[in-house]
Design a protein around this ligand. Structure first.
Ligand SMILES: [Zn+2]
Length: 245
């Protein structure tokens, strides 16, 4: 099978840059792309305060749901602490969750989850702020929510581990690959006009290869030797040439 691609949009929240998000939404609509949208239920991260809180934000989320965008829970407040804890994906030494005990993590997950439910939205995917989470985070998400899919991890296709389906996320720009399943992570809040134009033209070139979460066909596949080889290569390259994340 030729390569398939998912688009993921990070850091949707009621203080996002609405003009930029509208622009990305128009581009995705033009190409019929149904992305994963990673939503912070109660943003408290000052670096993501682009506008005053938008009272109509959850109407926007409802509109995304009715367009079959896949809603991901992107943590709770997106406020992070320094951590030396063993992370499942070692991009950074900061996390909203990792390093806290299971009880504290469960409380955060439950609080975020309840905010979604109060707005009538049930996320199906977990996206950890800064990719940073540990095994306790997974236990908390498994116990406190109905989420069974993680958008993250380095592999060539979706896999099953720690009682979750993982849809790997390895790219930050649409890049030609021969086979496999690739998620491209975008941050609309910090995109500029050049980035919008290049996304628009890339989506044209990749037309027919862009799918939604519902098209992945999740199986209980274990990571293969090839996945591990690719993952080792990814982290080796990441340490030499840090990638945006
Ligand atoms: Zn984020």
């Amino acid at each position: 099978m030729s390569a398939r691609y998912l688009i993921r949009l990070d850091d949707a929240c009621d203080t996002m840059d609405r003009r930029k998000w509208n622009q990305v939404e128009q581009i995705l609509d033009r190409h019929g792309v149904m992305p994963i949208v990673a939503i912070i239920p109660d943003n408290r991260d000052p670096s993501l305060m682009f506008e005053a809180r938008d009272a109509a934000f959850w109407d926007k989320v409802q509109a995304w749901v009715s367009k079959h965008w896949s809603v991901a829970m992107h943590g709770y407040t997106h406020v992070m602490h320094h951590t030396q804890s063993k992370l499942l994906l070692p991009y950074y030494r900061r996390s909203e969750f990792a390093g806290l005990d299971l009880h504290a993590q469960s409380e955060k997950v439950r609080a975020g989850w309840n905010l979604f439910l109060a707005r009538g939205v049930e996320p199906s995917v977990w996206v950890a702020p800064a990719h940073s989470f540990d095994l306790s985070t997974l236990l908390a998400v498994g116990r406190e929510t109905t989420i069974r899919i993680i958008s993250d991890g380095i592999a060539l296709d979706s896999f099953y581990e720690h009682e979750f389906h993982w849809i790997p996320q390895q790219l930050w720009t649409l890049t030609e690959r021969r086979s496999g399943l690739w998620t491209v992570c975008l941050h609309p809040n910090t995109m500029n006009d050049a980035a919008f134009a290049s996304l628009d033209s890339a989506l044209g070139r990749f037309s027919g290869r862009l799918i939604g979460v519902q098209d992945v066909g999740l199986r209980k596949r274990k990571k293969s030797a090839l996945d591990r080889l690719y993952s080792n290569y990814f982290w080796w390259r990441h340490r030499r040439l840090p990638q945006p994340s």
